[in-house]
Design a protein around this ligand. Structure first.
Ligand SMILES: Cc1ncc(C[n+]2csc(CCOP(=O)(O)OP(=O)(O)O)c2C)c(N)n1
Ligand SMILES: [Mg+2]
Length: 1024
């Protein structure tokens, strides 16, 4: 049966050009195989076949323009009459999917109900809640007008928990709150729970380790960490370092190292740990005990220049086999960890890696949580049910200057924030020494006192000793004084905080690691500078404390029982027990059980092989009458990559809500948008070929409006070779202005993390993005890109340049595994693209410039004209005017990267400087201009500093034109006139420069000024 294939609904487009025919007559095709590619100035879309069958007749050719309903081809399919429009006869696939998902979810709800578990209300929480109600609130009558009535309600609730489980109790409470709301009593639902541990003692999973040995190990780590910092600062106070942060977090790390964190090895991809940057000395100290570092390396803490030193903070760039994540710029760690966990699920859901129940652990400071990035993506984590993610927030109540929330409680505040978005929250506030006291207190006053004391007081309690705590904490209520009457001041002082108690920490980690359905945050209370005594413990200056006197070191040794003599302490000696000691044996045995050492970073994976020919071939041809943007040229390349069966799966397109701006909406249908729950609705545009398709196996990461999130996603994908042992090719397309300027610090971290992938500034240039105005027009991102040593950046003009650069990037990063990343600017301006000129070598495009054309016909005098990006076209027009109207010849140079030219020049310059006996070598730009004379005029759509970089290497007059100043909205033509980068201004600049050099009469230049209406009185654009 012969079926007609017509152009389906393609949205708002009419009369769109066919740029490719992807099938031949006689081809056997499957349903959804692409038939043709349509490209408008805004978008590129493949039209899939609605039928399976044999193509008997193709009715269109490349260059034809089509609209909805145009006939494309005839397919014979052996008799089946099913057509897409024959909808009445079948349930649409979307509807089928919705029904399936609804059934699954009903079944799941039923199971959860039956088993009493749910994502937000864990059994641990319920028990703790019940215990609190029973032990404290129930018996406390302080603000209660009718305690008996309260008692009845609470008893009923306890009965429900007992009989029907916590889920039912939660349901009833929810109902009550809703009912109260409906009746007009707007009672806010409290996101905070009492100021006690989430896991009550009777529910704690028992710590399985040998406490005695672990304690000794921890003490040695503490000593070596502190010693490392003090020693470095004895050498030179320039070196810095931190003691207090790790001192507060030692137990939090130890329990993880000894019992939870599984290393990457041949069989397992590894848990991923984001260490808090300022804890680095503690992590080194453990590695030292494990035998991974020598004394010499420890002595070289923060002294890296001569090699064999240890980096100040976690920096993969500096210690590539060791550190995985750069975390020391506060706030980057938490958001990067969220997207890392998400990317792990993405790879699992797409079937690219196995689900090995890996975890991402992120260690964060309580002060760090003030950074908007720290909490900026936590709702994504719960929305996407990232139960592979665990945050551990070390609440030592202090940041650098003083208390984090002196007048409040950071733990409670954070609990509210995280519970509010659906995280599993585990508070670890009080250590085991408090358990009997809490159990003994029947008055409810202990909890009340715990609740009312603010963090500023808690800090002081730990700075001022047991007697002070007795009088200022317990002393507030006579009943509490009585409660501790049989305890000495020393006993009171020993009442430990949860974050220093391995039992509490273990129980919390165990609960977190086994929790399903949502991410977990462990909020642990600790003491900043724990063990530092008067010189550091809990005092405001402790963060900066790096020089401890000998008395302080004696105190530290004694407090942690370090087996060192006074002399050894005075010499600041590190201590590592012999290899045969129980400590070293235990430590190594634990790591062996957990698969190897942590941290450790994988530097290589299996490389990809790049499908060069089929992907890039078309980009080198003349576009004919077709006008297109370089963004579209790139999208075409990506579309072709997606047709390659082996390579396509590795592409990770990342877009923060701008796919339509970049003409990428065709990707939605073709490869789907990643959505962990699939698609639960029939999209409003389901009739269209670019319909919004979400899929559990979707490939596009549509991030929504979050550049920080999209960049974190990109970083996760760009380091996947290391963290997931699979090379991925991330390409993050953004509004150029909302790129480096917005996410600069992430880009720096990306360089450190040795990311491999593409960043595309897709609407670049100050005058190219007409109409959008000041905030949108980027004329400086290349300058920012130039600051990152391993960022390779290009500003191409033509499709063949884009193709050359992109292919080179793929090869360097993903085939040769070079640790660089690419920043390429593309434009949204449409123009015709020539074929690659026959004299041009691809390596010239890659090196940063090449001779595009020589204008040799008139020959009186000659100039060198340089242009890049959109402005190269202005330069070419100027060259034509100069030739035609002024008989001035020119060489036109397309500069694809001023940054790459500069890098090369700096290297050669330095070589020459250091090899005085040798003949000086010419750098690339000098070689280009070897036989050519100036003057030299460069024009770009960027600030002049971009093209100014090459001034030292130009032998002759060099004039730069650029777009310094704020952008504004208008047409491209007017903007280019305003910024003085249009063809006429380039002509005038050339004439004026030649006149100054007395190569032409100055009257020619002044006449041109009048002709082109150039106003010499106009202010500099930077001042307007
Ligand atoms: C983005 C950024 N801003 C400022 C700093 C400087 N800084 C380093 S540590 C610190 C205080 C950290 O406090 P907190 O997060 O509570 O960590 P703690 O040391 O108390 O565990 C500050 C402000 C930084 N590293 N990064
Ligand atoms: Mg802190």
């Amino acid at each position: 049966m012969a079926l007609e294939v017509k152009v389906p609904d393609i949205g708002d487009f009419k009369n769109v050009e066919i740029i490719e025919i992807l099938v031949h007559e006689g081809d056997e095709i499957k349903k959804n195989d692409p038939l043709i590619t349509l490209e408008s100035d805004k978008s590129s879309v493949e039209i899939p076949s609605p039928y399976e069958g044999k193509i008997s007749n193709i009715k269109v050719k490349v260059g034809d323009r089509v609209s909805q309903g145009s006939l494309i081809a005839i397919i014979s399919n052996g008799g089946s009459e099913k057509t897409l429009s024959n909808k009445e006869n079948k349930i649409p696939p979307e509807t089928e999917k919705i029904i399936g998902q609804a059934e699954q979810s009903m079944e799941k709800n039923y199971l959860e109900l039956k088993n009493g578990s749910s994502q937000n209300f864990s059994y641990d929480n319920a028990k703790s809640f019940r215990k609190y109600l029973y032990d404290n609130e129930l018996s406390s009558s302080h603000d209660d007008v009718d305690p008996d009535e309260t008692n009845e309600w609470i008893q009923s609730l306890n009965d429900v928990v007992e009989r029907d489980g916590p889920r039912r109790a939660n349901y009833l409470i929810g109902k009550l709150i809703n009912q109260a709301y409906i009746s007009g009593s707007n009672i806010p639902y409290n996101q905070k729970t009492p100021y006690i541990n989430t896991i009550p003692p009777e529910m704690q999973t028992k710590h399985p380790g040998d406490q005695n040995i672990e304690n000794k190990i921890r003490s040695l780590i503490r000593w070596n960490a502190a010693c490392m910092v003090v020693k470095a600062n004895k050498k030179s106070s320039e070196l810095g370092g931190h003691i207090a942060t790790f001192a507060s977090a030692a137990t939090l790390y130890d329990v993880g190292f000894n019992h939870f964190w599984r290393a990457q090895n041949d069989k397992f991809l590894g848990d991923l740990i984001y260490f808090q940057g300022h804890c680095a000395p503690g992590i080194y100290a453990r590695s030292f005990l494990e035998g991974r570092f020598t004394v010499k390396q420890l002595e070289n803490f923060r002294q890296e220049v001569e090699g064999d030193g240890l980096s100040s903070y976690p920096h993969p760039w500096l210690m590539p086999d060791y550190w995985q994540f750069p975390t020391v710029s506060m706030g980057l760690g938490p958001i990067m960890a969220v997207y890392q966990a998400r990317f792990m699920k993405y790879l699992q859901n797409r079937g690219l890696i196995e689900d090995q129940n890996r975890k991402v652990w992120a260690f964060l400071g309580d002060g760090e949580m003030d950074e908007p990035e720290s909490t900026g993506a936590i709702s994504l984590a719960s929305r996407e049910r990232l139960d592979n993610l665990i945050f551990v927030i070390n609440c030592n109540l202090q940041r650098l200057d003083g208390p984090v929330r002196g007048n409040g409680k950071i733990i409670q505040e954070l609990e509210g924030v995280f519970r509010g978005v659906g995280w599993n929250v585990i508070k670890v506030i009080w250590g085991s020494y408090w358990d009997p006291l809490i159990a003994k207190d029947k008055s409810g006053l202990l909890l009340k006192r715990m609740e009312e004391a603010v963090d500023g007081e808690y800090q002081a309690f730990k700075a001022k000793g047991g007697a002070y705590v007795r009088s200022h904490f317990f002393g507030k209520y006579p009943e509490l004084l009585e409660l501790v009457s049989n305890m000495t001041d020393d006993d009171i002082w020993k009442l430990n905080r949860g974050g220093h108690d391995p039992h509490k920490v273990y129980a919390a980690y165990h609960a977190a690691a086994n929790h399903k359905g949502s991410p977990t945050v462990i909020i642990a209370k600790t003491i900043k500078g724990y063990g530092m005594g008067k010189s550091g413990e809990s005092i405001n200056t402790t963060h900066q404390q790096k020089k401890l006197g000998v008395e302080d070191m004696f105190y530290f040794r004694d407090r942690f029982n370090i087996p060192l003599t006074d002399k050894q302490v005075e010499n600041l000696e590190f201590y590592r027990p012999p290899e045969s000691s129980e400590e070293v044996k235990y430590l190594k045995e634990r790591r062996e059980q957990l698969g190897g050492f942590v941290p450790s970073r994988r530097t290589k994976t299996t490389p990809l092989s790049i499908p060069s020919k089929e992907v890039f071939e078309g980009s080198y041809l003349d576009s004919g009458d077709r006008e297109l943007s370089t963004t579209m040229a790139l999208v075409t390349i990506l579309t072709k990559i997606l047709r390659n069966k082996n390579f396509s799966t590795r592409l990770v397109p990342i877009i923060p809500d701008e796919a339509r701006t970049f003409g990428m909406e065709g990707f939605f249908q073709k490869i789907g948008i990643y959505a962990h729950e699939g698609q639960k609705y029939e999209p409003v545009d389901s009739e269209q070929v670019t319909s919004y398709r979400e899929d559990k196996k979707g490939q596009v990461l549509q991030e929504g409006i979050t550049e920080a999130g999209a960049m974190s996603s990109w970083i996760a994908a760009a380091t996947s070779y290391s963290n997931n042992n699979i090379e991925m090719v991330p390409i993050y397309l953004f509004y150029s202005m909302f790129g480096f300027q917005r996410i600069g610090d992430f880009a720096w971290a990306a360089g450190d993390a040795q990311c491999r992938g593409f960043l595309i500034g897709a609407t670049s240039g100050r005058t190219t993005l007409a109409g959008e105005g000041l905030q949108h027009q980027d004329g400086h991102s290349h300058i920012m890109a130039s600051m990152i040593p391993n960022c390779v950046s290009y500003d191409p003009t033509y499709a063949y340049e884009v193709a050359t650069i992109f292919e080179d990037g793929l090869k360097r990063m993903h085939e040769k595994q070079e640790n660089v990343f690419y920043y390429i600017t593309t434009l949204n301006e449409n123009y015709k693209h020539p074929a690659i000129p026959s004299h041009v070598k691809k390596e010239e495009i890659i090196k940063g410039m090449y001779l595009f054309r020589e204008m040799n016909n008139k020959g009186k005098t000659k100039v060198q004209l340089l242009g890049s990006g959109a402005i190269l076209n202005e330069v070419i027009k100027a060259a034509e005017i100069l030739s035609k109207e002024y008989q001035i010849d020119s060489d036109i140079w397309s500069v694809t990267s001023f940054n790459e030219i500069k890098k090369n020049a700096l290297e050669i310059e330095r070589n020459n400087l250091l090899n005085i006996e040798k003949k000086p070598e010419k750098n690339y730009i000098q070689k280009c201009f070897e036989k050519r004379s100036g003057p030299f005029i460069a024009a770009t759509d960027y600030m002049r500093s971009l093209s100014e970089q090459i001034r030292p290497y130009i032998n002759g007059t060099y004039v730069t034109l650029g777009t310094d100043g704020f952008g504004r909205s208008d047409t491209r033509k007017k903007l280019r006139k305003f910024f003085e980068v249009n063809d006429e201004f380039i002509v005038y600049t050339t004439l004026s420069t030649l006149a100054r050099e007395q190569k032409i009469s100055s009257k020619i230049a002044t006449d041109a000024m009048k002709k082109y209406k150039i106003n010499p009185e106009k202010k500099l654009p930077t001042k307007i």
